[in-house]
Design a binder for this molecule. Structure first.
Ligand SMILES: NC(=O)c1ccc[n+]([C@@H]2O[C@H](COP(=O)([O-])OP(=O)(O)OC[C@H]3O[C@@H](n4cnc5c(N)ncnc54)[C@H](O)[C@@H]3O)[C@@H](O)[C@H]2O)c1
Length: 256
C-alpha cells in the first residue's frame, strides 16, 4: 500500500522527543523523507537514526538556524514540501514571578520560532508553488489556561493568529498553513514536570478518560500534511479527548 506521504520531504522542528518525535515516526511510516531539527543533539540524532532522517542542531528562535535547517532539506533532497514547527517551551511561572527576560524567552522560542520557520520555509515553497506549513499550537491559550502559563498561553493564542495571516498571504503560492491544538499529551516533559496526581486528576477531567499520546497528535498532523487536506488552510484541529467539552465538573453524571 502506498504511504500517504510518499515522495514528500518534511522538516520537523522540535523532533528529538515527545510530540515531535511522534510526528517524525508517523511521517516516516507513511513514506516521507525527513530532516529533524532540535536544540538537543544526542536525543535528536538518536531520533533521526530511528526514522532514517538527517539531523541538524537548530535553535528555532534564531532565524539563521531556521534557514540552515531549510537549506539542509534542499541540499539533501532538492526540495521542501512540509515544515512542522513543533518546538515549544512551557515553564511553569506565575505572572507575578515572570521577569521580562523569562517572558522574552518563551516568546522567542514559541512565537518568533513560528515566524522564523514560516519565513525560512516560504522561500523554497513559494518557488515550488507547493508547501504545507504546520504548527503545534495548544488548547492552552486559544481556549483555556491554568495559573503559571501567562507567557505560554499568549504564545499559543498568537500562533493561531499567525496561522490565519500566513494562510491568507501564502494562499496564492500553493501553500497551506494549519495547526494542531493538543490537549494534555503524555510526553517525557509532562511526566518530568508533573506528578502522578496531576496526571490522575487530568484523566478524570478528560471525557475519553486518558491523556493523549504523541501518536494521537501525529495522526492529525499526518492528515493536514497529506493530499487529503488539499482544501484546508488557516485553521487548527483540536485533539484533546473531549477535554474542552464539559460545562462543569459533573459531566460524567447522566440524567435519570
Ligand atoms: N505535551 C502536552 O501536553 C502539550 C499540550 C499542548 C501543546 N504542546 C506543545 O507541543 C509541542 C511539543 O511538546 P512536548 O510535550 O512534546 O515537549 P518536549 O519538551 O517533550 O519536546 C519539545 C522539543 O522541542 C525542543 N526544543 C525546545 N526548544 C527548542 C528550540 N529553541 N529550538 C528547537 N527545538 C527546541 C526540545 O529539545 C524537545 O525535543 C510544544 O510546542 C508544546 O507547547 C504540548
Amino acid at each position: 500500500m502506498a504511504g500517504r506521504l510518499d515522495g514528500k520531504i518534511a522538516l520537523i522542528v522540535g523532533a528529538a522527543r515527545g510530540i515531535g518525535k511522534g510526528i517524525a515516526i508517523r511521517f516516516a511510516e507513511e513514506g516521507a523523507q525527513l530532516v529533524l531539527a532540535d536544540t538537543e543533539v544526542d536525543a535528536g540524532q538518536a531520533a533521526a537514526a530511528e526514522v532514517g532522517a538527517a539531523f541538524i542542531r537548530t535553535d528555532i528562535s534564531r532565524m539563521e538556524d531556521a534557514q540552515k535547517a531549510v537549506a539542509l532539506a534542499q541540499e539533501r533532497y532538492g526540495r521542501l514540501d512540509i515544515i512542522v514547527q513543533n518546538a515549544g517551551i512551557y515553564p511553569w511561572q506565575l505572572i507575578e514571578n515572570t521577569s521580562p527576560d523569562d517572558w522574552d524567552r518563551v516568546m522567542a522560542v514559541n512565537l518568533r520560532g513560528t515566524f522564523n520557520a514560516a519565513r525560512a520555509a516560504l522561500v523554497p515553497m513559494k518557488a515550488q508553488g507547493y508547501g504545507r506549513m504546520l504548527f503545534t499550537s495548544s488548547i492552552t491559550g486559544p481556549h483555556v489556561t491554568s495559573p503559571g502559563h501567562g507567557h505560554y498561553s499568549a504564545t499559543k493564542a498568537g500562533i493561531n493568529g499567525f496561522i490565519r495571516s500566513a494562510a491568507l498571504e501564502f494562499s496564492g503560492y500553493g501553500i497551506t498553513v494549519n495547526g494542531v491544538e493538543p490537549g494534555n499529551i503524555l510526553t517525557e516533559a509532562i511526566t518530568e514536570h508533573r506528578g502522578a496526581e496531576f496526571i490522575r486528576n487530568m484523566e478524570d477531567s478528560i471525557p475519553l478518560g486518558r491523556l493523549g499520546k504523541p501518536r494521537d497528535i501525529a495522526n492529525a498532523f499526518l492528515f493536514l500534511a497529506s493530499d487529503e487536506a488539499d482544501y484546508i488552510t488557516g485553521t487548527t484541529i483540536v485533539v484533546d479527548g473531549g477535554q474542552l467539552l464539559p460545562e462543569g465538573a459533573d459531566f460524567r453524571i447522566l440524567p435519570p
